[in-house]
Design a binder for this molecule. Structure first.
Ligand code: GLC
Length: 491
């Protein structure tokens, strides 16, 4: 694959998307937003944190692999695991104890919009989409302040039994408190010493401690559901936050109730606009039952598109019964990218999706069901556009407008990403998935699917990593829908 070609394709794709985006009427985005308290960790911070505990106990806790943060030691154990592997993680905390401890013992650098739906809404608004209808079931006054003030984000509000769309600052519920998540970012090559052991962090990444206050319910207000036609016209919906669903609630309801309501919302959205396309953005879900139910009951057969990273592909495969494939995705190594590819194809088939977009550091793989709505070149453009956005986000921390997005074009295509894809060429041509020429373009024509492979722009020293996945998925999905709309209008 030729670096120059890919630079050129990025530039062209970026301006194509810029022209297409105004054709969109709007996007519906739900459900999760929160406030992210971000702390970038230094070597001194980690040494200090380790110093608060007994090192032998830390080791034990690391071995236990806590799936919930009940006390500060659980946090430290998951942090060390995340840093050792350089793997993103998100672990729920149902009590305030660790939050208080972190405030006293560490503190954060700054706070900003968090949660996939919050991040996606702000991004699309700043890219200038005509209308974003955001729905956050727990929108508080403080949370509303984190939405950008561009005038194109609207939130449903019930007034005298009627649903109206208002700016978030006029649509919050004064009864709600705020959900604050801690984001611990760390950089590649940071040295960690603990319990006599020593390791170097392999890549920039982050660990999230996700607060789950009791009042959080992943649900839609009955009246908003009944008057869902009020959010239209919109061309697509981006849904996320299902990780918040719990197995059981104190009032006797269970995950089944919330899953059922979620599916009803999806069905109603589709019945109101049969052309509407729906994307679900995944994140790490510690609870295996909820992870599996999300995939088999909410995603499968109901939505069109899924966005996720490498670890999430492995986790999804794992609960769907493909353990071996899942381990091989995680282990990376020689067969990593092949397993990732096979895994993504499997997800497309099992979950009956039109599109599976996997973002990995340095490249994206997008599996498309036969009959998907665009040409492979157009699908590739949508992905390349999102690669530029991801670069801009890593460079600046936030993309305030299109001009800032454009700065992503300055970031070079990842040599490592190109090399990884190059190693995959033999597999593809050997299996006759594509000719060597087609591979150069990133096009694959499988027997039961098509696919796009692109190397992406990667910032060497990113300002932040949180929210980059959401940026990629939202950018590509919006650009794809926009191109569809543009074609329909005869352009
Ligand atoms: C998850 C986290 C949130 C973070 C977001 C970034 O939604 O809960 O804190 O901002 O992921 O993708």
């Amino acid at each position: 694959m030729d670096m120059e070609d890919w630079e050129q394709r990025h530039t062209e794709a970026f301006y194509n998307a810029k022209e297409a985006l105004p054709y969109l009427d709007g996007m519906f985005v739900a459900y999760n937003s929160n406030i992210d308290a971000i702390r970038h960790l230094t070597e001194e911070d980690v040494t200090k944190l380790v110093g608060f505990f007994d090192e032998a106990e830390i080791q034990e806790r690391v071995a236990v692999y806590p799936r919930e943060i009940a006390e500060p030691m659980d946090f430290l154990a998951r942090l060390l695991i995340s840093m050792r592997e350089g793997k993103a993680g998100e672990v729920p905390a149902y009590t305030e104890e660790t939050h208080k401890w972190l405030k006293e013992h560490l503190g954060f650098d700054y706070a900003r919009m968090g949660g996939q739906a919050g991040i996606i809404s702000n991004l699309l608004a700043q890219l200038g989409l005509k209308k974003i209808v955001t729905y956050i079931p727990w929108l508080s006054e403080e949370q509303a302040e984190y939405f950008v003030n561009t005038g194109n984000i609207l939130h449903p509000k019930v007034e005298n039994g009627k649903v109206v769309l208002k700016a978030p600052a006029e649509a919050f519920n004064p009864g709600f408190g705020s959900k604050v998540n801690w984001i611990f970012e760390y950089s590649k090559d940071l040295n960690v010493t603990c319990a006599g052991g020593n390791f170097k962090v392999p890549r920039d990444n982050r660990l999230i401690i996700s607060s789950r206050p009791k009042w959080i319910r992943l649900d839609m207000d009955r009246l908003v559901y009944e008057q869902l036609d009020s959010i239209f016209p919109v061309d697509g919906a981006m849904l996320s936050g299902y990780q918040m669903i719990k197995e059981e609630y104190e009032d006797g309801s269970t995950y089944k109730d919330y899953v059922e309501h979620s599916v009803e919302v999806i069905k109603k959205l589709k019945s109101l606009n049969p052309e509407l396309r729906i994307h679900v953005e995944l994140t790490s879900i510690q609870n295996r039952l909820i992870r599996k139910t999300l995939l088999t009951d909410i995603v499968a057969g109901n939505v069109h598109s899924l966005g996720l990273d490498t670890v999430e592909v492995a986790n999804a495969l794992n609960v769907l019964g493909y353990e071996e494939l899942s381990y091989s995705v995680i282990r990376k190594g020689e067969n990593g990218i092949m397993s990732l590819y096979q895994g993504a194809v499997q997800l497309m088939k099992d979950l009956r999706l039109e599109r599976v977009h996997v973002h990995s550091l340095g490249f994206y793989i997008c599996i498309l069901a036969k009959g998907h709505p665009l040409t492979l070149k157009e699908q590739r453009d949508a992905l390349l556009f999102s690669s530029v956005l991801a670069a801009a986000k890593a460079l600046k921390g936030d993309i305030e407008n299109f001009a800032e997005a454009e700065e992503g074009l300055r970031v070079p295509v990842s040599a490592k990403g190109l090399e990884d894809l190059e190693n995959f060429k033999l597999y593809c041509t050997g299996r006759k998935l594509c000719s060597p020429d087609e591979f150069e373009y990133g096009y694959i024509y499988g027997p039961d699917h098509d696919a796009i492979l692109i190397p992406t722009k990667v910032v060497d020293k990113p300002i932040a990593t949180v929210g980059i996945g959401d940026t990629i998925s939202a950018g590509a999905f919006a650009a794809m829908l926009a191109r569809m709309k543009q074609i329909r209008s005869g352009k």
